[in-house]
Structure formats: structure tokens, C-alpha cells
Design a protein around this ligand. Structure first.
Ligand code: B12
Length: 422
């Protein structure tokens, strides 16, 4: 069977290389499955280009990556699924079997299949499940419509070597940077997050180093972590940093971290491996003295080891006092952090703790903001417990603070991180 991977992600703030397709390409290559890639990110006429490619390449399967459903920002939200529905329709009209996957798809697979009319989907990492799906389509016995990629993942995440299939230069020219993954999944418990409570699958640290070295040889030196959070297990993190330092040569990279676990050794190795910026994901649920002391220690170490820090601060949880947010802001104001984005409008998805709370407490319904008449959560739905104008007043005179969602940019751009083609 012949597969056409399609990247429909045309959001440019910043543009993101479809790393998922690069890992999947490697897995198809290892099984001698024929494939090609159509990246619509910078296409001037995406529908025409898609149709032309389908007619020229004549794939049996159109494999569309759904990186995100929408921008997840309440203000000026951009909803991406209507375009994906259109591309799915075009592929079907050319006789292809359509398969969806990706981090956005995996949030609400059944609903997105229903909305787009796609034939099949893979939820979670697709390296093994997509091969299983292709094989069963070949044998004409595919009974499952949605495959669970985690169930198929028994081996290491690095049985395959990543295959470069994107035009990196176009991405870098437009402020993109190359992503890489060191682990899949997250054991976090954040009630609003779709990434929490997922099995963790580690990449082999040595392979991570080799992957970065391979991309560095192509002339790219600045990377961005594509894990949910880096510090899930300190031992793995330090091994990854050591491998990056010893295998890859001089590189720079940006990462996500949660407040714990950490230790000084980790920061030492982050610095040694070229990490120069971190986004710290925090919330305002705990503002106790010991907790703030721990955050202060983390920020001290980040500063000592020359990592610039951006904080993503989540607040406005059901029944939360606004005083919590104020206390945390007072604290962060005095800390060595460069920028703090405050988020208090949450995208609501079935299956999250927030969704369940809203169902259990009907009085919370009045904080739910729908952007369409539909009952479906495929369309952007938000929960906003805090009052925007009061929050705006609270943030107004604090220079490094900003309410998330008014600006089209991500933290690494805010902190001036950029690769250049050497
Ligand atoms: C790293 C990251 C970023 C980095 C990217 C850096 C870089 N250079 O790559 C930055 C900071 C730039 C970023 C920006 C944004 N991000 Co982001 N990001 C992530 C994160 C943490 C990892 C994504 C990733 O690359 N994973 C690694 C790759 C290898 O995995 P993957 O793409 O999921 O692919 C695997 C599977 O999904 C599957 N698969 C993928 N495609 C397909 C296709 C088929 C056919 C099959 C079978 C399988 C399959 O197999 C792949 C291999 O295992 C995810 C959360 C997460 N943990 O997934 C959020 C996430 C994708 N981001 C999200 C959002 C909203 C955004 C922004 C819109 C934020 C904003 N408002 O600005 C922008 C969009 C930018 C853009 N142009 O698209 C949301 C999307 C939520 C949603 N509702 O859909 C996520 C899920 C975070 C969240 N929980 O809210 N992001």
C-alpha cells in the first residue's frame, strides 16, 4: 500500500516542523512501506496542491496529521478542524482511505472522526499502530476504527531513526526551530490538561544525542523539546543531557519543565548540554510558604546556570480565590523570570478533570463559554472563572506579566530564541 502523509498545519506563529510525520516516516521505512509527504504549511493554494498530489502520486492511504484542533486561546481563537475536514473530503473523493492521528486528534478521536468523516484514526503515538492498521487494510480485515497507539508500543521509542522529510530552511526562515522528543506521555494530574495521566515511554538517551547530531550536521543548531514536560524522571533527564553534550557537539535548546522534581545536578547538565531557555508550567493552587520556597530554589538554579525562564501560569480554577493569583504574581514579580503568561480561560475537553467537575457542579455551567451552537466539544468551548477586567487591572502595572492569548507568539520567540541557517 502507498501512503501519502499530509501536514495541514498552516499556522505560522511560529510554523512548526511536523516532527510526528518524521518519526512515522522512519517506522514505515523500516517495514518497506512506500510513502510520500505533502507539507501544506507554506502552500499558496493548499487545496489545489493536495488534489494535484493525489492525482500524481495515487496513494491508497491519505494519512493526515492533526497537530491541534484550534489555538486553544479564548481570545481570537483560530479553529483548524474545518480545513482538515475539507482536506479529508478531497482525499476521500480521490478514492483514498483516510487516516487521522496527532496530538490534537488524540484528544477527542471519536468526535473528530465523526466531524471530519475520516475512515480511521490512531490515538497516541503512531509508530507501531499505523503499521498494524496498514497491514490489516492490506489484508482486508481492519475491524477497529480507532487504534490505541499506546497499546501497540511495547518496544523502545527509538527502534527507528527519524527521517527528515520537511523543508527545514523554510521553517527556520519563518522563526521556526527544530523539535525533538526524549519521551512520550506525562504522569501529571493537571485537571484541565489533555496530556495528563498518560503512560511514559522513554527514548534511548544515546539515540536522542545521535538524532540531534544528525540534524546539527544539516546546519541547524537551536532545538525545542517536544515532550509534555522534561523533568518527569530526573535520571532520564540527566542521561539525555549527557548524551546531547557528548554526542551532538555544541547546540542550544529550549524545554518545558514542571515545578518538581529537580536538583542542582540536573541544572548543571542542562547548562552543559546547551539548554538556554525553559518554560516553567505552574498554577496557583498551592501558594504555601514551602512550595514558594521550592519554586524560588528552582528559579535560583535556572538563573545560576544561565537559563532564561518564561512562566506559563494557570489560574482561575473552579471556586478559586483571586487572591491566590495575586499572591503568586507578587512572588514571581521578585523572581529572576523574564516573562509570565497568565492563562485563566481553559479549553474544555471531555475526559479531563475540569470537564467532570463542570458536570458534577451545575453552578459552574455559567462559566462555560461556547463559540458555536453545537453541543460538541470539537468546537472550541472555554471555561473562564475569573473576571477578565479584574485580572487585567491586576496585571496592568506589572511589566513582565501578560494575559495569555492576545499575542500570536510562543515563549521562545518572546525571549528572542532563533536559529539561523549556517
Ligand atoms: C512542543 C510543542 C509545541 C512547540 C513546538 C516546537 C517545535 N519546534 O516542534 C511550540 C511551543 C512551538 C508549540 C506551539 C503551539 N502549540 Co504546541 N505542543 C507541543 C507539544 C508539547 C509536543 C508536540 C510534539 O511535537 N510532539 C512530538 C511529536 C513527535 O509527536 P506528535 O506530533 O504527537 O506525533 C505522534 C502522534 O501524535 C502520532 N501521529 C501524529 N500524526 C499522525 C498522523 C497519523 C496518520 C497517524 C496514524 C499518527 C500520527 O504519531 C506521532 C509519533 O509518535 C504538544 C503536547 C504533546 N505532548 O503532544 C503541544 C500541543 C500540540 N500544542 C498545542 C497548541 C494549542 C499549540 C499552539 C496553537 C499554541 C498557541 N496558541 O500558540 C501553537 C501552534 C504552533 C503551530 N504552528 O502549530 C496543543 C494542541 C491542543 C489541541 N486542542 O489540539 C497541544 C496538544 C498542547 C495542549 N495540551 O494544549 N507547541
Amino acid at each position: 500500500m502507498r501512503v501519502l502523509f499530509i501536514n495541514p498545519n498552516r499556522y505560522h506563529y511560529p510554523p512548526v516542523i511536523p516532527v510526528g510525520i518524521e518519526y512515522l516516516s522512519a517506522s514505515l521505512l523500516s517495514r518497506d512501506i512506500e510513502f510520500s509527504v505533502l507539507d501544506l504549511c507554506f502552500s499558496e493554494a493548499p487545496e489545489d496542491e493536495l488534489l494535484r498530489t493525489l492525482n500524481d502520486y495515487l496513494p491508497d492511504i491519505a494519512a493526515i496529521t492533526v497537530r491541534q484542533t484550534d489555538t486553544v486561546l479564548y481570545h481570537q481563537n483560530e479553529f483548524f478542524l474545518p480545513a482538515i475536514k475539507k482536506y479529508t473530503g478531497i482525499c476521500k473523493s480521490c478514492g483514498c482511505v483516510t487516516v487521522l492521528g496527532g496530538s490534537g486528534f488524540s484528544i477527542m478521536p471519536e468526535q473528530i472522526i465523526e466531524y471530519t468523516g475520516a475512515d480511521y484514526g490512531v490515538c497516541g503515538p503512531g509508530e507501531y499502530a499505523f503499521i498494524r492498521l496498514i497491514k490489516s487494510l492490506e489484508n482486508g480485515n481492519c475491524e477497529e476504527k480507532i487504534l490505541n497507539g499506546y497499546e501497540d508500543f511495547t518496544a523502545s521509542a527509538h527502534e527507528f531513526e527519524r527521517k527528515i522529510v520537511s523543508d527545514y530552511a523554510s521553517y527556520i526562515r519563518n522563526n521556526g526551530i527544530v523539535g525533538f522528543r526524549t519521551q512520550i506521555g506525562c504522569d501529571g494530574k493537571c485537571i484541565f490538561c489533555t496530556e495528563s495521566n498518560k503512560r511514559i515511554i522513554f527514548h534511548d538517551p544515546g539515540q536522542v544525542g545521535k538524532e540531534i547530531a544528525m540534524i546539527r550536521k544539516l546546519g541547524y543548531h537551536h532545538f525545542h523539546l517536544c515532550d509534555s514536560e522534561f523533568n518527569l524522571e530526573i535520571e532520564h533527564c540527566t542521561e539525555v543531557c549527557k548524551a546531547i553534550k557528548s554526542v551532538s557537539g555544541p547546540v542550544k535548546w529550549a524545554l518545558y519543565m514542571k515545578p518538581e522534581p529537580f536538583d542542582e545536578d540536573l541544572f548543571y547538565w542542562l547548562h552543559q548540554s546547551g539548554a538556554d531557555m525553559l518554560t516553567l508550567s505552574m498554577d496557583t493552587q498551592n501558594t504555601g510558604k514551602d512550595y514558594l520556597k521550592m519554586i524560588g530554589d528552582l528559579l535560583f538554579l535556572a538563573n545560576k546556570y544561565q537559563l532564561k525562564v518564561a512562566v506559563d501560569l494557570s489560574t482561575g480554577f473552579p471556586y478559586e480565590e483571586m487572591g491566590n493569583a495575586e499572591k503568586m504574581m507578587d512572588f514571581l514579580d521578585k523572581q529572576p523570570v523574564q516573562t509570565v503568561g497568565i492563562n485563566f480561560f481553559y479549553r474544555v475537553y471531555p475526559g479531563t478533570g475540569l470537564f467532570d467537575m463542570i458536570r458534577i457542579h451545575p453552578d459552574l455551567e455559567r462559566y462555560v463559554i461556547r463559540t458555536s451552537d453545537s453541543e460538541s466539544f470539537v468546537f472550541p468551548v472555554f471555561f473562564g472563572f475569573f473576571d477578565l477586567s479584574r485580572m487585567t487591572r491586576m496585571v496592568r502595572d506589572r511589566k513582565k506579566f501578560r494575559i495569555e492569548g492576545f499575542e500570536k507568539a510562543t515563549n521562545y520567540q518572546r525571549l528572542g530564541i532563533k536559529d539561523s541557517i549556517k
